[in-house]
Design a binder for this molecule. Structure first.
Ligand code: NAP
Length: 355
């Protein structure tokens, strides 16, 4: 898909006297674009200008990216709260979708320090469903040599959410009993593996079709959310990672030990305006009056969490669950499929023929 015809390097600032600041880039590129909020029909393959890096940014030739629920939210502009949170009130500020990225640095802006043209990187980019994407260097790490491009591309957004939910927020400890609700999805498939790697005993809640893969990820028990309510499992847990299902707080508290921790990550169907943020607020307030710790958080996209995730990919303690694959032209259909039917783990978007 990439072409190398027209030079697009005039904007670049050298970072030192010897390293090249860009390879020769085409002026335009293919991208999965939408100009209004809406359904997957609004996403089309277009040719757009290749982005240019600002200070502390690089341009990446994208080898692969991935789809998760967050992309669906940015596509629909729902809940409405996210529009006022900076993504564009009436129309999306960034027409190109996609955040997960793995690829090669092809241009560097000023003050990028550790990155050079030619570096193989992974992390979070702005508009990754495209031949080229710009990324802030504080959201990128070098891709470990033994981590395939596809694994790196399918991991960051969901993996760092799971990592933060379990560690920075959930403070998981070896030997604890952890309940992951939504265990077969993007975030949950990482949460099961990371909790297991950290020595916890995991029970995963997912749909019947995905229970086997939840066990394969490391869960000791796998429960079908269509047949068993969480308070019918018959156990209590030191840590509950609530990713899906929108169980009421009182039910979530019933499956926690008296001093257990609840971490609310997400959950669909929370309402068009706020996405059901009221449950998070109620949890924080209630937490002041109980020995249970009831929390919610927004994932921080930072090398602070991307670097340890990359290490876990490199040492084999986590591997992304890739439930579907597409290319740039198939992004619209893949988003439609995720929205309507769900996908186990992540949908990989192959762009530049990565290894
Ligand atoms: N706080 C943050 O910063 C943050 C970051 C990322 C994502 N999120 C949010 O987290 C949520 C999950 O994201 P994701 O990418 O993991 O989504 P996903 O890939 O669609 O996964 C959803 C999971 O939920 C399961 N599920 C569906 N209905 C359920 C129910 N009634 N009870 C229990 N489990 C149920 C699905 O299981 P089956 O398909 O097997 O039925 C699947 O395992 C979304 O709401 C997203 O917006 C929040």
């Amino acid at each position: 898909m990439n072409t190398t015809t027209t030079t697009n390097t005039a904007h670049l600032t050298p970072t030192n006297e010897t390293a090249p600041t860009s390879v020769e880039l085409a002026a335009s590129m293919a991208a999965a674009v939408r100009h209004r909020y809406g359904s997957a029909d609004s996403v089309e393959l277009e040719r757009v200008a290749v982005p240019t890096p600002r200070r502390r940014q690089v341009v990446i030739e994208v080898e692969a990216s991935a789809i998760d629920r967050g992309v669906v939210h940015l596509m629909t502009g729902l809940p409405l709260l996210l529009r006022v949170a900076g993504f564009g009130v009436f129309r999306p500020k960034q027409p190109v979708l996609g955040s997960d990225v793995a690829g090669r640095v092809v241009a560097v802006g000023a003050d990028v320090g550790r990155f050079r043209v030619g570096d193989e990187v992974m992390g979070v980019a702005n508009g990754a469903f495209a031949d080229y994407a710009v990324a802030n260097i504080d959201k990128l790490v070098m891709r470990p040599a033994n981590v395939p491009v596809e694994h790196a591309a399918a991991s960051t957004i969901s993996g760092i959410t799971a990592l933060q939910a379990l560690t920075a927020v959930g403070r998981v400890r070896p030997g604890q009993r952890v309940l992951v609700i939504g265990a077969s999805g993007g975030v949950g498939s990482f949460a099961v593996q990371i909790a297991t790697a950290l020595g916890a005993q995991v029970t995963g809640v997912a749909g019947a079709a995905n229970l086997e893969s939840v066990r394969a990820l490391g869960a000791v028990h796998a429960i079908d959310h269509r047949t068993t309510r969480i308070d019918e499992i018959g156990s209590t847990f030191d840590l509950v990672i609530d990713i899906a299902g929108r169980n009421p707080l009182r039910r979530l508290r019933r499956v926690l030990t008296p001093t257990g921790t609840l971490v609310i990550v997400g959950g669909e169907d929370g309402g068009r305006v706020t996405g059901g943020i009221g449950r998070n607020v109620r949890a924080a307030l209630l937490s002041l009056f109980t020995r249970q710790r009831l929390t919610a958080f927004i994932s921080k996209e930072s090398t602070e969490f991307i670097a340890p995730l990359a290490e876990m990919l490199a040492d084999g303690s986590v591997t992304p669950l890739i439930g579907a694959r597409t290319d740039l032209a198939g992004v619209s259909d893949a988003l439609d499929r995720l929205e309507r039917h769900g996908v186990a783990g992540k949908t990989l978007v192959t762009i530049g023929g990565g290894s």
